[in-house]
Design a protein around this ligand. Structure first.
Ligand SMILES: *Cc1c(COP(=O)(O)O)cnc(C)c1O
Length: 370
Protein backbone atom coordinates (compact mmCIF):
# COMPACT_ATOMS: atom_id res chain seq x y z
CA UNK A 1 0.00 0.00 0.00
CA UNK A 2 1.16 3.56 -0.68
CA UNK A 3 0.67 5.33 2.63
CA UNK A 4 -0.62 8.87 2.83
CA UNK A 5 2.39 9.72 5.00
CA UNK A 6 4.88 7.15 6.25
CA UNK A 7 6.00 8.78 9.51
CA UNK A 8 8.20 5.89 10.55
CA UNK A 9 10.10 6.10 7.28
CA UNK A 10 10.43 9.89 7.69
CA UNK A 11 11.89 9.56 11.19
CA UNK A 12 14.05 6.58 10.19
CA UNK A 13 16.09 8.92 8.01
CA UNK A 14 17.13 10.75 11.23
CA UNK A 15 17.28 7.64 13.43
CA UNK A 16 20.88 7.85 14.66
CA UNK A 17 20.77 11.58 15.28
CA UNK A 18 17.42 11.38 17.07
CA UNK A 19 18.70 8.65 19.35
CA UNK A 20 21.84 10.69 20.07
CA UNK A 21 19.71 13.76 20.84
CA UNK A 22 17.42 11.85 23.22
CA UNK A 23 20.41 10.21 24.90
CA UNK A 24 21.99 13.61 25.42
CA UNK A 25 18.84 14.86 27.15
CA UNK A 26 18.43 11.73 29.28
CA UNK A 27 22.05 11.98 30.41
CA UNK A 28 21.83 15.72 31.11
CA UNK A 29 19.40 15.26 33.99
CA UNK A 30 17.53 18.41 32.83
CA UNK A 31 14.20 17.85 31.07
CA UNK A 32 12.21 21.10 30.93
CA UNK A 33 13.33 24.61 30.02
CA UNK A 34 17.03 24.14 29.36
CA UNK A 35 19.73 24.43 26.72
CA UNK A 36 17.94 22.26 24.13
CA UNK A 37 14.90 24.53 24.18
CA UNK A 38 17.00 27.71 23.94
CA UNK A 39 19.01 26.25 21.06
CA UNK A 40 15.92 25.22 19.11
CA UNK A 41 14.10 28.50 19.75
CA UNK A 42 17.06 30.46 18.42
CA UNK A 43 17.46 28.20 15.40
CA UNK A 44 13.76 28.36 14.55
CA UNK A 45 13.51 32.14 15.00
CA UNK A 46 16.49 32.54 12.71
CA UNK A 47 15.00 30.06 10.20
CA UNK A 48 11.73 32.03 10.07
CA UNK A 49 13.45 35.41 10.09
CA UNK A 50 12.03 36.67 13.40
CA UNK A 51 13.68 37.96 16.54
CA UNK A 52 11.87 35.66 18.94
CA UNK A 53 10.55 32.14 19.14
CA UNK A 54 8.79 30.79 22.23
CA UNK A 55 8.32 27.03 22.47
CA UNK A 56 4.93 25.86 23.77
CA UNK A 57 3.20 22.51 24.18
CA UNK A 58 1.39 22.36 20.81
CA UNK A 59 0.09 24.42 17.90
CA UNK A 60 -3.30 25.15 19.41
CA UNK A 61 -1.65 26.54 22.54
CA UNK A 62 0.61 28.72 20.37
CA UNK A 63 -2.47 30.43 18.90
CA UNK A 64 -4.40 30.51 22.19
CA UNK A 65 -1.47 32.03 24.08
CA UNK A 66 -0.83 34.81 21.54
CA UNK A 67 -4.46 35.94 21.83
CA UNK A 68 -4.40 35.54 25.62
CA UNK A 69 -1.20 37.62 25.79
CA UNK A 70 -2.75 40.38 23.66
CA UNK A 71 -5.68 40.42 26.11
CA UNK A 72 -3.29 40.71 29.08
CA UNK A 73 -1.43 43.51 27.29
CA UNK A 74 -4.70 45.36 26.69
CA UNK A 75 -4.78 45.06 22.88
CA UNK A 76 -7.78 42.72 22.74
CA UNK A 77 -10.86 42.15 24.87
CA UNK A 78 -13.59 39.53 25.08
CA UNK A 79 -16.27 40.15 22.46
CA UNK A 80 -13.83 41.50 19.86
CA UNK A 81 -14.28 40.06 16.38
CA UNK A 82 -11.58 38.07 14.60
CA UNK A 83 -11.60 37.34 10.86
CA UNK A 84 -10.68 33.71 10.13
CA UNK A 85 -11.06 31.57 6.99
CA UNK A 86 -14.27 29.53 6.86
CA UNK A 87 -12.46 26.43 5.57
CA UNK A 88 -9.66 26.21 8.14
CA UNK A 89 -8.82 23.41 10.52
CA UNK A 90 -10.90 23.76 13.68
CA UNK A 91 -7.91 24.71 15.88
CA UNK A 92 -7.66 28.21 14.34
CA UNK A 93 -11.24 28.86 15.42
CA UNK A 94 -10.94 27.19 18.83
CA UNK A 95 -8.08 29.56 19.70
CA UNK A 96 -10.43 32.52 19.17
CA UNK A 97 -13.48 31.20 21.02
CA UNK A 98 -11.33 29.81 23.86
CA UNK A 99 -10.35 33.42 24.57
CA UNK A 100 -13.94 34.71 24.51
CA UNK A 101 -13.49 36.48 21.17
CA UNK A 102 -15.87 36.08 18.24
CA UNK A 103 -14.75 34.14 15.15
CA UNK A 104 -16.08 35.77 11.97
CA UNK A 105 -15.90 33.19 9.17
CA UNK A 106 -14.58 34.62 5.90
CA UNK A 107 -14.83 32.65 2.66
CA UNK A 108 -11.56 31.68 0.97
CA UNK A 109 -10.33 32.26 -2.54
CA UNK A 110 -11.40 28.95 -4.15
CA UNK A 111 -8.20 28.85 -6.24
CA UNK A 112 -5.77 29.01 -3.30
CA UNK A 113 -7.99 27.81 -0.41
CA UNK A 114 -6.66 30.79 1.58
CA UNK A 115 -8.65 33.66 3.10
CA UNK A 116 -9.82 36.09 0.42
CA UNK A 117 -8.68 39.67 1.24
CA UNK A 118 -11.72 41.16 -0.52
CA UNK A 119 -14.14 39.04 1.50
CA UNK A 120 -12.13 39.86 4.63
CA UNK A 121 -12.43 43.60 3.96
CA UNK A 122 -16.19 43.22 3.52
CA UNK A 123 -16.51 41.48 6.90
CA UNK A 124 -14.85 44.26 8.93
CA UNK A 125 -17.03 46.00 11.53
CA UNK A 126 -16.40 48.40 14.43
CA UNK A 127 -15.68 45.36 16.58
CA UNK A 128 -13.07 43.75 14.31
CA UNK A 129 -9.69 43.78 16.05
CA UNK A 130 -7.72 40.98 14.51
CA UNK A 131 -7.26 38.83 11.42
CA UNK A 132 -6.05 35.24 11.59
CA UNK A 133 -4.89 34.11 8.14
CA UNK A 134 -4.09 30.40 7.84
CA UNK A 135 -1.40 29.29 5.38
CA UNK A 136 -3.48 26.26 4.51
CA UNK A 137 -1.91 23.17 2.94
CA UNK A 138 1.52 24.88 2.92
CA UNK A 139 0.75 27.90 0.74
CA UNK A 140 1.10 31.41 2.11
CA UNK A 141 -2.08 33.44 2.30
CA UNK A 142 -2.05 36.71 0.34
CA UNK A 143 -0.04 38.43 3.08
CA UNK A 144 0.79 41.68 1.25
CA UNK A 145 -2.94 42.42 0.86
CA UNK A 146 -3.78 41.17 4.34
CA UNK A 147 -1.08 43.35 5.96
CA UNK A 148 -2.31 46.35 4.01
CA UNK A 149 -5.88 45.71 5.13
CA UNK A 150 -4.70 45.25 8.73
CA UNK A 151 -2.76 48.52 8.68
CA UNK A 152 -5.68 50.40 7.21
CA UNK A 153 -8.08 49.12 9.90
CA UNK A 154 -5.57 48.77 12.76
CA UNK A 155 -6.05 45.03 13.09
CA UNK A 156 -3.62 42.68 14.78
CA UNK A 157 -2.41 39.88 12.50
CA UNK A 158 -1.86 36.37 13.86
CA UNK A 159 -0.64 33.91 11.24
CA UNK A 160 -1.59 30.25 11.65
CA UNK A 161 1.57 28.70 10.19
CA UNK A 162 0.91 25.17 11.47
CA UNK A 163 1.00 23.80 7.90
CA UNK A 164 3.62 26.13 6.45
CA UNK A 165 7.09 25.71 7.99
CA UNK A 166 9.49 27.35 5.54
CA UNK A 167 6.77 28.50 3.12
CA UNK A 168 7.41 31.95 1.69
CA UNK A 169 6.07 34.71 -0.51
CA UNK A 170 8.41 37.22 -2.17
CA UNK A 171 11.20 35.58 -0.15
CA UNK A 172 9.57 36.34 3.22
CA UNK A 173 8.72 33.30 5.29
CA UNK A 174 5.59 32.15 7.08
CA UNK A 175 5.77 33.34 10.66
CA UNK A 176 7.50 36.63 9.83
CA UNK A 177 4.64 38.56 8.21
CA UNK A 178 2.17 39.19 11.00
CA UNK A 179 2.46 40.57 14.53
CA UNK A 180 2.87 36.97 15.65
CA UNK A 181 2.52 33.46 14.31
CA UNK A 182 1.62 30.06 15.73
CA UNK A 183 3.40 26.89 14.59
CA UNK A 184 2.58 23.26 15.31
CA UNK A 185 5.18 20.50 15.39
CA UNK A 186 2.59 17.72 15.57
CA UNK A 187 4.33 14.60 14.17
CA UNK A 188 2.61 14.78 10.76
CA UNK A 189 3.44 18.44 10.09
CA UNK A 190 6.30 19.37 7.74
CA UNK A 191 8.51 19.90 10.79
CA UNK A 192 7.21 17.28 13.20
CA UNK A 193 8.32 16.33 16.71
CA UNK A 194 8.04 12.83 18.19
CA UNK A 195 5.01 13.94 20.14
CA UNK A 196 3.23 17.24 20.71
CA UNK A 197 5.06 20.54 20.38
CA UNK A 198 4.45 24.07 19.11
CA UNK A 199 5.93 27.55 19.00
CA UNK A 200 5.15 31.23 18.58
CA UNK A 201 7.34 33.47 16.44
CA UNK A 202 7.27 37.26 16.71
CA UNK A 203 9.43 40.37 16.57
CA UNK A 204 7.66 41.80 19.62
CA UNK A 205 9.81 41.26 22.69
CA UNK A 206 7.07 42.16 25.15
CA UNK A 207 4.67 39.72 23.51
CA UNK A 208 7.29 36.96 23.60
CA UNK A 209 7.96 37.56 27.30
CA UNK A 210 4.23 37.59 28.12
CA UNK A 211 3.67 34.28 26.29
CA UNK A 212 6.66 32.78 28.07
CA UNK A 213 5.15 33.77 31.40
CA UNK A 214 1.60 32.65 30.50
CA UNK A 215 2.87 29.22 29.49
CA UNK A 216 4.68 28.90 32.80
CA UNK A 217 1.79 29.44 35.26
CA UNK A 218 1.81 33.17 34.60
CA UNK A 219 5.24 33.57 36.09
CA UNK A 220 8.43 35.27 34.88
CA UNK A 221 10.10 34.54 38.14
CA UNK A 222 9.69 31.33 40.10
CA UNK A 223 6.82 31.45 42.63
CA UNK A 224 5.83 34.98 41.60
CA UNK A 225 2.63 34.86 39.52
CA UNK A 226 1.49 37.94 37.67
CA UNK A 227 -1.06 36.19 35.42
CA UNK A 228 -3.41 33.25 35.88
CA UNK A 229 -1.33 31.24 33.46
CA UNK A 230 -1.29 27.70 32.19
CA UNK A 231 1.31 24.98 31.77
CA UNK A 232 2.33 24.92 28.10
CA UNK A 233 5.98 24.15 27.54
CA UNK A 234 8.11 22.55 24.84
CA UNK A 235 10.19 19.96 26.64
CA UNK A 236 13.89 19.25 26.16
CA UNK A 237 13.51 15.92 24.37
CA UNK A 238 11.13 17.36 21.76
CA UNK A 239 13.31 20.47 21.34
CA UNK A 240 16.41 18.32 20.81
CA UNK A 241 14.59 16.17 18.20
CA UNK A 242 13.25 19.28 16.45
CA UNK A 243 16.76 20.75 16.20
CA UNK A 244 17.84 17.56 14.43
CA UNK A 245 14.92 17.63 12.01
CA UNK A 246 15.07 21.38 11.29
CA UNK A 247 18.41 20.85 9.53
CA UNK A 248 16.74 18.59 6.94
CA UNK A 249 13.54 20.57 6.52
CA UNK A 250 14.54 22.47 3.36
CA UNK A 251 15.78 19.29 1.70
CA UNK A 252 12.53 17.54 2.55
CA UNK A 253 10.53 20.47 1.22
CA UNK A 254 12.43 20.19 -2.08
CA UNK A 255 11.31 16.56 -2.30
CA UNK A 256 7.70 17.56 -1.63
CA UNK A 257 8.00 20.08 -4.49
CA UNK A 258 9.23 17.34 -6.85
CA UNK A 259 6.20 15.22 -6.00
CA UNK A 260 3.83 18.17 -6.47
CA UNK A 261 5.44 18.91 -9.81
CA UNK A 262 5.11 15.27 -10.86
CA UNK A 263 1.41 15.21 -9.91
CA UNK A 264 0.91 18.50 -11.75
CA UNK A 265 2.36 17.02 -14.94
CA UNK A 266 1.14 13.45 -14.79
CA UNK A 267 -2.39 13.60 -13.43
CA UNK A 268 -4.56 14.16 -16.46
CA UNK A 269 -8.18 13.35 -15.78
CA UNK A 270 -11.09 15.69 -16.51
CA UNK A 271 -12.84 14.43 -13.36
CA UNK A 272 -9.97 15.72 -11.16
CA UNK A 273 -8.92 19.37 -10.71
CA UNK A 274 -5.38 19.98 -9.56
CA UNK A 275 -4.42 22.78 -7.17
CA UNK A 276 -3.68 26.08 -8.91
CA UNK A 277 0.03 26.79 -8.98
CA UNK A 278 1.70 29.88 -10.39
CA UNK A 279 5.15 28.29 -10.56
CA UNK A 280 6.60 30.32 -7.68
CA UNK A 281 8.46 28.13 -5.25
CA UNK A 282 7.19 29.32 -1.86
CA UNK A 283 4.55 26.57 -1.47
CA UNK A 284 5.78 23.80 0.84
CA UNK A 285 3.02 21.30 -0.05
CA UNK A 286 2.06 20.18 3.44
CA UNK A 287 -0.79 18.44 1.66
CA UNK A 288 -1.49 18.02 -2.05
CA UNK A 289 -5.21 18.50 -2.52
CA UNK A 290 -7.25 17.74 -5.61
CA UNK A 291 -10.92 18.52 -6.15
CA UNK A 292 -13.48 16.22 -7.69
CA UNK A 293 -17.24 16.29 -7.92
CA UNK A 294 -16.99 12.54 -7.48
CA UNK A 295 -14.65 12.74 -4.50
CA UNK A 296 -15.99 9.75 -2.57
CA UNK A 297 -15.90 7.50 -5.67
CA UNK A 298 -12.37 8.74 -6.44
CA UNK A 299 -11.24 7.97 -2.90
CA UNK A 300 -12.77 4.46 -3.11
CA UNK A 301 -11.07 3.91 -6.49
CA UNK A 302 -7.67 4.92 -5.06
CA UNK A 303 -8.16 2.77 -1.95
CA UNK A 304 -8.88 -0.23 -4.21
CA UNK A 305 -5.59 0.44 -5.98
CA UNK A 306 -3.66 0.59 -2.72
CA UNK A 307 -3.38 4.37 -2.49
CA UNK A 308 -4.20 5.83 0.92
CA UNK A 309 -5.81 9.28 0.82
CA UNK A 310 -7.27 11.62 3.45
CA UNK A 311 -9.81 14.44 3.45
CA UNK A 312 -8.70 17.81 4.81
CA UNK A 313 -11.39 18.32 6.01
CA UNK A 314 -14.66 16.41 5.70
CA UNK A 315 -16.85 18.85 7.73
CA UNK A 316 -16.48 22.65 7.56
CA UNK A 317 -16.22 24.46 10.91
CA UNK A 318 -19.66 26.09 10.59
CA UNK A 319 -21.31 22.66 10.32
CA UNK A 320 -19.54 21.23 13.36
CA UNK A 321 -21.70 20.45 16.38
CA UNK A 322 -19.26 22.45 18.54
CA UNK A 323 -20.23 25.60 16.61
CA UNK A 324 -23.96 25.03 16.22
CA UNK A 325 -24.48 28.81 16.36
CA UNK A 326 -22.82 29.11 12.93
CA UNK A 327 -24.93 26.41 11.26
CA UNK A 328 -27.31 28.88 9.61
CA UNK A 329 -24.52 30.85 7.93
CA UNK A 330 -24.28 30.53 4.18
CA UNK A 331 -20.70 29.64 3.31
CA UNK A 332 -20.98 27.96 -0.10
CA UNK A 333 -17.27 28.07 -0.96
CA UNK A 334 -16.22 26.33 2.25
CA UNK A 335 -19.04 23.80 1.89
CA UNK A 336 -18.12 23.04 -1.71
CA UNK A 337 -14.44 22.61 -0.86
CA UNK A 338 -15.24 20.23 1.98
CA UNK A 339 -17.52 18.17 -0.31
CA UNK A 340 -14.95 17.86 -3.10
CA UNK A 341 -11.47 17.94 -1.63
CA UNK A 342 -9.12 14.95 -1.41
CA UNK A 343 -5.48 14.82 -0.28
CA UNK A 344 -3.07 12.56 -2.18
CA UNK A 345 0.03 11.00 -0.60
CA UNK A 346 2.96 13.40 -0.30
CA UNK A 347 5.96 13.57 2.01
CA UNK A 348 9.73 13.33 2.29
CA UNK A 349 9.68 9.53 2.28
CA UNK A 350 7.35 9.02 -0.71
CA UNK A 351 9.38 7.80 -3.69
CA UNK A 352 8.87 9.34 -7.11
CA UNK A 353 7.98 5.86 -8.39
CA UNK A 354 5.19 5.62 -5.84
CA UNK A 355 4.07 9.15 -6.76
CA UNK A 356 3.93 8.02 -10.42
CA UNK A 357 1.79 5.06 -9.35
CA UNK A 358 -0.55 7.45 -7.51
CA UNK A 359 -0.84 9.60 -10.65
CA UNK A 360 -1.59 6.50 -12.76
CA UNK A 361 -4.26 5.40 -10.29
CA UNK A 362 -5.82 8.89 -10.53
CA UNK A 363 -5.77 8.70 -14.31
CA UNK A 364 -7.58 5.35 -14.38
CA UNK A 365 -10.52 6.82 -12.42
CA UNK A 366 -13.73 7.10 -14.38
CA UNK A 367 -16.77 8.48 -12.61
CA UNK A 368 -19.86 6.42 -13.25
CA UNK A 369 -22.31 8.33 -15.42
CA UNK A 370 -25.11 9.66 -13.25
C1 LIG B 1 -2.26 21.15 13.18
C2 LIG B 1 -2.90 22.48 13.14
C3 LIG B 1 -3.11 23.25 14.29
C4 LIG B 1 -2.95 22.72 15.68
O1 LIG B 1 -1.74 22.15 16.00
P1 LIG B 1 -1.62 21.08 17.18
O2 LIG B 1 -0.15 21.01 17.41
O3 LIG B 1 -2.21 19.81 16.70
O4 LIG B 1 -2.34 21.63 18.36
C5 LIG B 1 -3.60 24.53 14.14
N1 LIG B 1 -3.90 25.03 12.94
C6 LIG B 1 -3.74 24.32 11.82
C7 LIG B 1 -4.08 24.95 10.50
C8 LIG B 1 -3.25 23.03 11.87
O5 LIG B 1 -3.11 22.32 10.74
Amino acid sequence: MIKFLDLKAVNDTHREELIAACTRVIDSGWYIGGEELRTFEQAFASYCGTQHCVGVANGLDALVLVIRAWKELGYLAEGDEVLVPSNTYIASILAISENGLIPVLVEPDPATFNICPVNAAAAITQKTKMILPVHLYGRLADMPKIMELAQRHRLLVLEDSAQAHGASLHGKKAGSWGDASGFSFYPGKNLGALGDAGAVTTNDEKLAATIRALGNYGSHQKYKNIYRGVNSRLDEIQAACLSVKLKSLDGQTEHRKLIAELYGKEIINPAISLPAHDGSDGHVWHVYTVLSEHRDALQAHLTERGVQTLIHYPIPPHLQQAYAEFSEQSLPIATQIHDRILSLPIGPALSLDDARAVAAACNSFQPVAL
